[in-house]
Each structure stands twice: as structure tokens, then as C-alpha cells.
Design a protein around this ligand. Sequence first.
Ligand code: GLN
Length: 488
Amino acid sequence: MLNQLTISELTARLATRQCSAREAMQACLERVARVDGRVKAFLSYDAADALARAEAADKAIAAGANFKQRPLLGVPIAVKDVLCVKNHPCNCGSKILDKFISPYDATVIERLKAAGAIVFGRLNMDEFAMGSSTENSAFFTTLNPWDTTRIPGGSSGGSAAAVAADEAIATLGSDTGGSIRQPAALCGVVGLKPTYGRVSRYGLVAFASSLDQVGPFTKDVRDAATMLGVISGLDPRDSTSVPEPVPNYAAALNGGIKGVKLGLPREYMIGGLDAEVKLAVDSAVQQLQKLGAQLMEISLPHTDYAGATYYIIAPAEASANLARFDGIRYGLRVDGAGPIELYGNTRGAGFGAEVKRRIILGTYVLSSGYYDAYYLRAQKVRTLIRQDFLKAFEKVDAIVTPTTPTAAFKAGEKSGDPLEMYLSDIFTVAANVAGICGISVPCGFTRSPRLPIGLQLLGKPFGEETILQIAHAYEQNTGWHKEKPPLP
Ligand code: GLN
């Protein structure tokens, strides 16, 4: 079935005319029609537009298009509802952007299209990317393809579930504190958060601008390398994107990992870590050692403060970024007597509870009198956390941790307790605070119920090649990524 293929498998078939892009697109659409009633990864999709684009890709292939120059030619790719795709809705999982249509393409979308991808469908997410389960979506909750009584993780839950359920060949999500790696782990797929500045944020609706990055969800590590190569690079429209040259990530995969130094941070072996997750991660570490990696215990002494730091900085930036949704320029408007009442009515009706909580929290930590005690102090601790990592990377090439403390939890289990929900990002937030890169790869399953577990590899700033190479070596020698969820 074409929808089950990876990017590299599908493009190999397209290049040799064993199938057409139209057939591949059709296979994904049929899969969505068959399983998305249960998984609920998609908020919307436009089948006619997708098929027309697939036909255009087939014409390009017939005219002899070069797959080296257009590595995603004819590949169906769906995106998180936080990325602008021209003439398509962009709701950010929120009622406040209900009926909003993007007037332009995000840079990453432009790059996907230039590489030949067929961008189709909007994937569900926690409202404005705030959450870890998709339960904060204003529309509905996405469910985990491995067990549809459980959440897929978040905030890019739809992006992870769609790949796990073979509804798309690959997807894009965004990661502010773990929103790519955490759902990738819980759904048993590969998720990559690039270094801050590697990928343009132009056309990504901002949550916390100093933490946000766009990245891919894929079925294997090679595809993650391909996607990263396409979306990376300097963009004059995002002043935080960097001119660092974009390496050929896929070419870097082939070298082995003999002599690679891996750091095991002692602060990550915490009490709340589930026994089965620990077992799977420990045996992945042993496997990496067998493949020639050299293990070293390291210390990241400010780890304990990463969560608190994140939950000051992210809401502070969110409170400023979300001020633009006021009923005047975008989406929903609820009238009132005068502008102040209109703002209040619109924001009161348009935002959900978690978004309101973050705006209130963020406004508080930025307010005069509290700014120094909270925001400024968090910025200082942020520097210490980054220094911990940079110091560790003087000794090691990458750091290994579990991606999440537990496997997927039940829908409803944590939705009433924001703090519990925040703790599910405990292993992922530090990478965003420090601005480094990270990847999650499948590394096993819990026994009963059978749920995926993720291994996280953290790399130096712009060290994506290294973590991709390690992840690839691990994947090639294990095969967890080939397992499929029990959907009809
Ligand atoms: N779960 C975290 C939060 O709610 C991270 C979200 C994200 O990475 N977008 O803030």
C-alpha cells in the first residue's frame, strides 16, 4: 500500500514509474477516509486540490524532473494547523481563528512545494500549541493510533498520529518545549526539533518566539534528514534564522558511530520515570554501546530548573504574541460597546482555558514589580541551562535520555491538572530553553497495553548531522520503527 511507504521508498517508485503521484495521494486520502474517524488527526483537507497537485507532479515526472533537485516530488505531506498555507485555513486549533484563511505560504511550506511535495490537510493540535495531549484543541481530541482510548501527545498530536496511522507520508509540526519529540515518542514515529535558527519561523503562528522551531515527523531517520534538508536555511524574512550552510543531512547518515561519545545525564534518571520506559532506554543505550559508541556519565546541574524557566518564558512571550488576536484584524469578532469591550468579548469567547491561563501567567511575570523576580531571573537561569549543555558538549557528541517519563496516557487522565500535564515535557523543555537540537526515535514498547517508547538524542547547536547519524545507526540495528499500530 503506497500510503505506508517512506519518502525514500515512494520517490524511488515514482522515479522508476512503478506508481504515480496521483495513486500515492489517492492511497493517503483513502486511508484518511478509512481510519481518521477513529484517530481524528485531520481538522480538514481538500481532496480535489491534493489530487490536482498530484497530477501536476506526475506531469513534472513525465517531463523528466530531477529527484535530486526536488527530493519530495509527488510526496503527500500534511502540516500542523499552525503553519500558513496560502488559501487554506489556519486555525491553530483555536476558535479565535475560526474561518481564518492564510493569505500566504510559510517559508517552510514554500520550500516543501519547491521540493515537489503535495501539501495537503490541516493537522490537529493543542490550541496555539499549548499542551501535551491535543486535548486543548478547540475542535476535538486526536487519539493515539496504538490505543484510541489514549492521547497521541501534543501539541503536534495530529502530526504524529497521521504519520503513525499512515495517513500521510510525512508531516510537519512545531516544537516550543517538546511538541515534536513528545508526540513522536508516544506515537512511535521519528520527530526532529532543529536547532533554534536552523529553520525559518516565517508563517509559523508564534507561540514563544525565542523557543519555537518547525520540524518533521517521519517514518524513519532517513526521511527526517531529507525533510530537514528541504526546510532548513537562512530566510531574510526571519531575522533569527542563521546563515549556517545546510549540510547534505541524508549523506551524513552512512558513517558508523564507532567512537562517538554519548553523555548520560545523571539528573535525568528521576523518580517519576516509568519502569518500562527506563528498561527500554537502558537497552537502547546498551545497543548504542554495542555499535561502538562510548558512554560517559555527565551532569547538567541546572536541569531541575528547566521546567520552571520554560513556564515563565513561554507564557511571557505568548502573552505578547497573542495580543494581536483582538477581534480587529484576524478571525473571530464579538462586538461590544467600544473597543475595550470588543477586545474583551472577542478574547473571552475565542480563547480556551489553557490559553487564557498562559496569557494571565505571562502578563503577570512581565508586569512591573514582578518582572525582575520572575522574567529577568528566568532569563538568567536560561543562560545557565545553555551553559550546562555547551559544557557537556565539550566532552560528548550527543546526550541520550528518555523522550518522555511515561508512555501515552489515557484521554482525560491529566486534563484536569495543568501541572501534571506540564510534567510530561520534563525531558524535552531544556533543549528549547538552551536552543539546541533533538530527535526522538522509537526504542521499544510497553508490554500491556502495547505502547511505543521514545529515545531522545540531544545535539550541539547545528549538530543535527550527528544526532541523525546516531539515530540512524540505532534504527538500522533495531527495527522498532517498522512496527505498525493495530488499526483496521
Ligand atoms: N507542552 C508544552 C507546552 O504546553 C510544549 C508545547 C510546545 O512545544 N508547543 O507549553
